[in-house]
Design a protein around this ligand. Structure first.
Ligand code: NAP
Ligand code: MG
Length: 399
């Protein structure tokens, strides 16, 4: 059999620990026998980031913007323990944060559904994709305690030095607390464009919500910017694609999500996305079955698994013990990237390969062959727990 040819390389971002081991095995067992794999390789493993003073991360993100499609392995975000463990020159920043900042992108997370692992909400028939605005609000706040008798004011000084003042609260009788938050029109616009583009791309209806009835200037600005961008840039394309843009209040959105059948994209403000993405991930079953894609407003894509490097399994692996680590989300990062590359380059065989590999993953689990994390959750009667490597071989047999 001839291998499937690629024309443009994928930007390959290798990573750390157990996911780095799985990365090699996925390529060896499931990809290289079938695809004449072309990648531009960046090693984002912590050692290489340390050697290059983290330049490799920046270069990989620039390559993602240049070529348009990247696939990333999970990476360690250093903390004090990692600085010691890897003898680091510095506590390097989160690679995902660096890449997101360079691509000015929004992260979309979607669960992979399989029979036997049912969502906690029985009406959910299709995945709900969640996107979180990753700039500002409470995550870049300034806050203070105010003593009794103090006054807090909001002061804005314009470019000419003119001040406008608004009273926040007069703390006459009781001490209290105060918080200042901000956001930028430019960031809200990028967020909206990423979400509209991804909705068109995946042909799914898009929801967005805020608390504009209470926050008549701040949240209302989000609502207005989204409405303006939809009207001016996306409305016609949405109508042609037969999808909708739906705006509502955040509490109404939460209620409707629970009653829904799924199958749409839910864009959230920063805090709502932080909270709701954990709720959705848990309700759909397993973090190891959650995919993630970073979409830039210019239409560049970086695919990855939502989980981390699975450190605990890696230490077992290093000791020569058998592991049962779930590779599905990492495989879907590859298939997402192949499908997108195939669409951009007009290579239907590459898209078909991605579909076939995904179907083989689902079939393997639905046949009862699964890793330990799913074994604990699956309601199938004939289920069998297999090792990390056997799981990949079982997928290959079905492909
Ligand atoms: P984690 O790697 O997601 O793992 C946490 C636990 O979840 C694991 O110990 C395991 O539970 C379970 N799990 C996660 N993925 C699994 C899989 N594919 N198969 C089976 N079980 C899985 O999170 P962490 O331990 O908090 O973080 C480890 C490292 O990953 C950290 O250095 C962190 O900085 C990094 N991280 C990277 C990313 C990223 O690159 N996107 C995201 C998150 C974290 P059991 O041990 O109970 O089996
Ligand atoms: Mg959270």
């Amino acid at each position: 059999m001839d291998k499937i040819r690629m024309t443009t390389p994928l930007v390959e971002m290798d990573g750390d620990e157990m996911t780095r081991v799985i990365w090699q095995w996925i390529k060896e067992i499931l990809i290289e026998p079938y695809v004449d794999l072309k990648t531009e390789y960046y090693d984002l493993g912590l050692e290489r980031r340390n050697e290059t003073d983290d330049r490799v991360t920046v270069e990989s993100a620039e390559a993602a913007l240049k070529y348009g499609v990247a696939v990333k392995c999970a990476t360690i975000t250093p903390n004090a323990a990692r600085v010691k463990e890897y003898n680091l020159k510095e506590m390097w920043k989160s690679p995902n944060g660096t890449i997101r900042a360079i691509m000015d992108g929004t992260v979309f997370r979607a669960p992979i559904l399989v029979k036997g692992i049912e969502p906690y909400i029985p009406t959910w028939k299709a995945p709900i994709t969640i996107a979180r605005h990753a700039y500002g609000d409470v995550y870049k706040n300034t806050e203070a305690k105010v003593p009794a008798g103090g006054r807090a004011e909001l002061v804005i000084t314009d470019a000419e030095g003119n001040e406008t003042r608004q009273l926040i609260h007069d703390f006459k009788d009781s001490p209290g607390i105060v918080q200042g938050i901000h956001n930028l029109d430019a960031s809200i616009k990028s967020f909206a464009r990423c979400a509209f583009r991804y909705a068109l791309d995946t042909k799914q209806t898009l929801w967005f919500a805020s608390k504009d009835t209470i926050s008549k200037t701040y949240d209302h600005r989000f609502k207005d910017i989204w409405a303006e961008i939809y009207e001016n840039e996306f409305k016609t394309q949405f109508e042609e694609a037969g999808i909708e843009y739906f705006y509502t209040l955040i509490d109404d959105a939460v209620a409707r999500v629970v009653r829904s059948e799924g199958g749409f994209i839910w864009a959230c403000k920063n805090y709502d996305g932080d909270v709701m993405s954990d709720m959705l991930a848990t309700a759909f079953g397993s973090l190891a079955m959650m995919t993630s894609v970073l979409v830039s407003p210019t239409g560049a894509y970086e695919y990855e698994a939502a989980h981390g490097t699975v450190q605990r399994h890696y230490y077992k692996h290093l000791k020569g013990e058998e592991t049962s680590t779930n590779s599905v989300a990492t495989i879907y990062a590859w298939t997402g990237a192949f499908r997108k590359r195939g669409e951009l380059d007009g290579l239907p065989e590459l898209c078909a390969f991605a579909d076939r590999l995904e179907r083989a993953c689902v079939k393997t689990i639905e046949d009862g062959v699964m890793t330990g994390d799913l074994y604990l959750l699956s309601k199938l009667e004939n289920k069998r727990k297999v090792s990390t490597r056997t799981f990949l071989e079982e997928i290959r047999a079905r492909m």
